[in-house]
Design a protein around this ligand. Structure first.
Ligand SMILES: Cc1ncc(COP(=O)(O)O)c(C=O)c1O
Length: 385
């Protein structure tokens, strides 16, 4: 079979490789998955079951999504993101990921440059590569808890730069990018006519009084921002594959031209589940956030006891953190993660998976149970003693 250079050049995902290796062992302590471990709340399941029983899910929906769902999303954007939207600014997608893929396709021509502050979610880098764009990786400032480096981003802008793509709260570092920095980024985008593509999958999971800020809430940015949101994290709906894009109504028809050949429409049963999620009680989000906060605190306490092995910044968002591996062991994060798995059955994600500036780190997920964190750290404490 002939494989395109575009696809051939994409490196194997270290995340999926670790998952594959982990399957060879029993009783693995998993800190490598970024998916919520709790089940989807019952009222959301019921909304889907009722749509199935009423014969509503057998066909395609409008490719931009059910109007009833988009109306609920409009209310949510106003309530939680300070964004005044209307339904023609929305595209319901197969998770945030398909929406982002369509957004990148709609924005990037071959050889266009996309600035990605890194470490970042590796899928974003691949999406740029799939569109034959050139990812330009600009390091976050690790000493400032992985904050955006606005000056470095400014310097990285060339005549070929088309977009800046980031996620806040950040995967893998757990940083919540500050409103102040995001306003500076918005100014840069406006001065240079760039599109901001933002992934706000972890929008509800922020701690210690840190506030999530949606750059699309800046009215002047209306035409320059594409934002991806998802039900995956907020409502523990990973497998339902449902999310949405918000952008200017002039840009949605263009993004839709990429969305249709990728997906036609988002799964209709999941769209009904999403209506159930938005219309129902939002208590589940608070409960998830509280759980993640407790697990973050536990993970940090346990990491404090391993201070000769790791150094870390306390994450203020998401359910992920990105400790630095101290000493020689930090030279090769794949080697380090493999050793932890082989020797003590602790599964982590090598930092190199998130761009070259991620080398020397591992990503740990705290969207797990207390027992899982304790199991992993009991093993590591014994191992590194
Ligand atoms: C930053 C980020 N965006 C998007 C996703 C996936 O979102 P979805 O399931 O909605 O496609 C993930 C999953 O880990 C993520 O970490």
């Amino acid at each position: 079979m002939n494989i395109s250079n575009r696809v051939n050049n994409i490196k194997k995902s270290a995340i999926h490789e670790m998952t594959r290796l982990s399957k060879q062992y029993d009783d693995v302590a998993f800190l490598s998955w970024a998916k919520p471990t709790s089940g989807t709340p019952k009222h959301i399941n019921k909304a889907a079951i009722s749509a199935i029983e009423n014969g509503l899910v057998g066909g395609y929906s409008q490719s931009d999504g059910l109007p009833e769902l988009r109306k609920e999303i409009v209310k949510k954007l106003k309530r939680d993101n300070n964004i005044e939207a209307n339904i023609s600014q929305l595209l319901v997608t197969v998770g945030a990921i398909e929406g982002l893929a369509a957004a990148v396709m709609a924005t990037i021509d071959p050889d266009d440059e996309v600035i990605l502050p890194t470490p970042t979610y590796s899928t974003h880098i691949r999406q740029v590569e799939l569109a034959s764009g050139k990812p330009v990786l600009v390091p976050l400032i690790e000493e400032e808890d992985f904050a955006l480096d606005i000056e470095a981003i400014k310097k990285a802008i060339t005549s070929k730069t088309k977009a800046i793509m980031y996620c806040t709260p950040n995967n893998p570092t757990g940083t919540v990018f500050s409103e102040n920095n995001l306003r500076k980024l918005a100014d840069l985008a406006l001065e240079n006519n760039l599109t901001i593509i933002t992934d706000e999958a972890y929008e509800y999971f922020t701690f210690d009084g840190k506030k999530h800020f949606s750059i699309a809430s800046i009215p002047e940015m209306k035409k320059n921002v594409i934002t991806a949101y998802t039900f995956t994290k907020s409502y523990a709906m990973t497998g339902w594959r449902i999310g949405y894009i918000h952008a200017d109504e002039g840009n949605i028809p263009q993004i839709k031209k990429a969305h249709i050949p990728f997906a036609i429409c988002a799964p209709v049963v999941s769209q009904y589940a999403a209506i159930g999620a938005l219309k129902g009680s939002q208590e589940c989000i608070k409960e998830f956030r509280q759980h993640y906060l407790e697990m973050r605190n536990l993970m940090c306490e346990r990491l404090d006891k391993l201070d000769s092995v790791f150094q870390y910044s306390k994450p203020s968002g998401s359910y992920l953190m990105f400790p630095k591996i101290l000493g020689n062991a930090g030279k090769d994060s794949i080697e380090f993660s493999k050793k932890l798995l082989n020797d003590i059955k602790v599964s982590t994600t090598p930092g190199i998976a998130f761009g070259p500036t991620g080398e020397g780190h591992i990503r740990l997920s705290f969207c797990v149970s207390k027992e899982m964190i304790n199991k992993a750290f009991d093993r590591m404490e014994k191992y590194f003693k």
